[in-house]
Design a protein around this ligand. Sequence first.
Ligand code: B12
Length: 212
Amino acid sequence: MSKWDQLTKAVGELEEKKVIEILHKFINTNPSYEEVQKVIKACQAGMIIVGDCFEKGDYFVGDLIFSGELLAKVIAIVKPFLGNSSSIKKGKIVIGTVQGDLHDIGKNIFKSMVDAAGFEVYDIGIDQPVSAFVNKVREVQPDIVGMSGVLTVALEAMKDTVDGLKEAGLRDDIKVILGGNPVTKEACAYIGGDAYTANAAEGVKICRSWVV
Ligand code: B12
């Protein structure tokens, strides 16, 4: 089994000791940005196993909470290897998890990466109503708005948020990127986003392409 499969399995089985052991060995190799992406991918796959076990009734909400804490530790360990935040900022981005959704691990990963890529990041947090996005966009006039959501119901909240930005007359001045597993091509078109992804590194590439 490859080390990435081992990591996926250890995250899926909530084996904290094993996860931390694999990561400590990994960071001792002074990993590149691309290698850190492999860690994130492996952990994301592990979290899908956690979600599947929860759906089957083998794991409970307490296990979801534990998996969230475990992934936060993983991100703290690999964050120094995601690159240095550049002092010359390339663009502004407002990010947040939409109303009704409390998940923020993916958002926080994207935040760390887009910050390291040189963006000025304004993170408004989780479970954010339309008004919070609208107010922040009015205040900081970003180039991009990033919305995160992993619950199916987040899709409607994303649509409401994009509609709210339209009603406030702000939509035409910004690009909107949607992040999270439930966002498909069709969902993105329905919501009115400019792009979508379930991969933070791809999200960073898209954002970069918008501000060059
Ligand atoms: C951990 C977890 C929790 C934790 C979250 C802790 C935290 N601080 O975030 C807690 C315990 C709070 C939780 C609660 C619940 N959860 Co939960 N949870 C999960 C779990 C296991 C992992 C999510 C995760 O962090 N994945 C890892 C990250 C890295 O992946 P990611 O979020 O997709 O992010 C990546 C990309 O999508 C992208 N990205 C993310 N955001 C953004 C934003 C932008 C702008 C960009 C560009 C990119 C980007 O970048 C990331 C890295 O590549 C998932 C299982 C799954 N399959 O996802 C269930 C899951 C999402 N939860 C689920 C459920 C049902 C719940 C609860 C309703 C459970 C309950 N009965 O209380 C509550 C809902 C609370 C709420 N209102 O939000 C379901 C959702 C089902 C559905 N279709 O809606 C899932 C799918 C589990 C399942 N299979 O049943 N959960």
